[in-house]
Ligand binder design. Structure first.
Ligand code: 3PG
Length: 397
C-alpha cells in the first residue's frame, strides 16, 4: 500500500518512520542526504493536510537518554529544508510527545525524540516491543513507513507499530525497493558489483549471493586484505580477518567454478601507520612490506576497476575503497565514484557510509541512477533476506 491508499488524510495524525541517522560532527550534520530523501513523503503528507509526526533514531544510545544522540540537529535541518518549524518533543512517548502531537495543526510537522532512547525500541522480546508500539500508536491514526535504511531491523517503530495502525510504505521505500528489485531480477549485463569497506565478516552473506547474480565482483577497502591473504600473499600490518580466511578461499573457488570473476587490486597504497598524514607509498599487491599497512587501492587498480565499471550495464557499489575521508587515501574511492558516474546503464551507490563518502568527494545525486539511503538494508535485500519492516507492510490487517 502507498500513501495514496490511506484515504483522506486531512486532519489525521500520521506517524512517519524516517531514517534520519545522519553523520554528525558535534551538533553539525556532515551529510544531510537522508533528511533530503525523506522530504517527498513528508511534503506529500503536509499537502494532504495531515498532522505529520516523525519517528526516527540517531546512533545507538541503547535504550538510554543521551543528549549527544538527540534528534535536535535533524529536526532543525528538516525544518530548514521544509521551510517550516519542526517541533521536537523532549521525550519519545512521554508528556511532551503527547502534548505536542495532540496540539499539532493540519499540515504541521513534529518529531519525537530519538526512539532508541526507549529500551523497548530494540528489545528482542516481542511483548516489550509491543508495549512501546502501543504507546506510539496512541499518538497517531495511521502509519507510514519511509525509513528504508532501517527496514531490516525488527524494532518497535519499524515493525511492531506497522501492525497496530492502518499502514503504508512511503515514497522513499517504494523508490529504494524498485531499484533493488531491478538489481536482483534480471539485471542488464554485464553486472558488476564493487564492494569495499572494512570488514569481510559484515559482507559475507551478500558475497555468497552476489557470486550467483553478478558477473564480476571487484573488491577493495579494508576487506581486500583477507582476500589477498587467502591467495597466499603477505599483507603486512593491514587489516586481516584470519577467522574468515577459509570462507574467503571458498568464495574464490566458488566464483571460479561458476565462471564469475572476483577482481582484486594489483597495487595498494600503503603507509607506516593508520594516520591521516602518514606518508603514502604505492606498492604491488604481492609486495606489501611487513611493517606497512594498506589504506587504499593503488592507481593501477583504480584504473582497472574504472574500466570494468564503465563497460557494465548494471553496477552496484557498497563501501569505500580506502580511507576516503583522508585525502592521501581517497583516490581509489574517487576513481570508482567517477567511473560509476559515467555508466551507461543502472548505477547504484548502496549505503549510508558510501553515500556520505561520494557526496564528500563532490559527487551528487544526479551523478548516479540512485544513491540508496540504506547500507545494511540494501545489502540484506541483495542477500535475499526477508526485511521485517517490509514484510510487515505486506501482511493483511
Ligand atoms: C544505518 O545507519 O544503516 C541505519 O540507520 C540503521 O542503523 P543501525 O545499523 O544502527 O540499526
Amino acid at each position: 500500500k502507498s500513501v495514496d491508499d490511506l484515504g483522506d488524510l486531512r486532519g489525521k495524525r500520521v506517524l512517519v518512520r524516517c531514517d534520519l541517522n545522519v553523520p554528525l560532527d558535534g551538533d553539525q550534520i556532515t551529510d544531510d542526504g537522508r533528511i533530503r530523501a525523506s522530504l517527498p513523503t513528508l511534503t506529500k503528507l503536509r499537502e494532504a493536510g495531515a498532522k505529520v509526526i516523525v519517528l526516527a533514531h540517531l546512533g545507538r544510545p541503547k535504550g538510554q537518554v543521551k543528549p549527544e544522540f538527540s534528534l535536535a540537529p535533524a529536526a532543525k535541518r528538516l525544518g530548514e529544508l521544509l521551510g517550516t518549524e519542526v517541533q521536537l518533543a523532549e521525550d519519545v512517548v512521554g508528556p511532551s510527545a503527547t502534548k505536542i502531537t495532540s496540539e499539532l495543526a493540519d499540515g504541521a510537522v513534529a518529531m519525537l525524540e530519538n526512539v532508541r532512547f526507549e529500551p523497548g525500541e530494540e528489545s528482542k522480546d516481542d511483548a516489550v516491543r509491543g508495549e512501546l508500539a502501543d504507546k506510539y500508536a496512541a499518538l497517531g491514526d495511521v502509519f507510514v513507513s519511509d525509513g528504508f535504511g532501517v527496514v531490516h531491523r525488527k524494532q518497535a517503530s519499524v515493525y511492531d507499530l506497522a501492525s497496530r495502525l492502518p499502514a503504508a510504505a512511503g515514497t522513499l521505500v517504494f523508490a529504494e525497493v524498485e531499484v533493488l528489485r531491478r538489481l536482483t531480477e534480471e539485471p542488464a549485463r554485464p553486472y558488476v558489483v564493487v564492494l569495499g569497506g572494512a570488514k569481510v565478516s559484515d559482507k559475507l552473506a551478500v558475497i555468497d549471493n552476489l557470486i550467483k547474480t553478478a558477473d564480476t565482483l571487484a573488491i577493495g577497502g579494508g576487506m581486500v586484505f583477507t582476500f589477498l591473504a587467502a591467495q597466499g600473499l603477505e599483507v603486512g600490518q593491514s587489516l586481516l580477518e584470519e577467522d574468515q580466511l577459509e570462507k574467503v578461499k571458498g568464495y574464490l573457488e566458488q566464483a571460479q567454478q561458476a565462471g564469475k570473476r572476483i577482481v582484486l587490486p594489483t597495487d595498494i597504497v600503503v603507509a607506516p601507520e593508520f594516520k591521516q598524514d602518514a606518508p603514502p607509498t604505492v606498492v604491488a599487491a604481492d609486495a606489501i612490506p611487513g611493517d606497512q599497512l594498506g589504506l587504499d587501492i593503488g592507481p593501477e587498480s583504480g584504473r582497472a576497476f574504472a574500466e570494468l565499471i564503465k563497460e557494465a550495464k548494471t553496477v552496484f557499489w557498497n563501501g569505500p575503497m580506502g580511507v576516503a575521508e583522508w585525502e592521501n587515501f581517497a583516490a581509489g574511492t574517487k576513481a570508482v565514484a567517477q567511473a560509476l558516474s559515467e555508466v551507461d546503464g543502472l548505477s547504484v551507490v548502496g549505503g549510508g557510509d558510501s553515500a556520505a563518502a561520494v557526496r564528500d568527494l563532490g559527487f551528487g545525486d544526479g551523478d548516479f541512477s540512485h544513491i540508496s539511503t540504506g547500507g545494511g538494508a540494501s545489502l540484506e535485500y541483495l542477500e535475499g533476506k526477508t526485511l521485517p519492516g517490509l514484510s510487515v507492510l505486506d501482511q493483511e490487517k
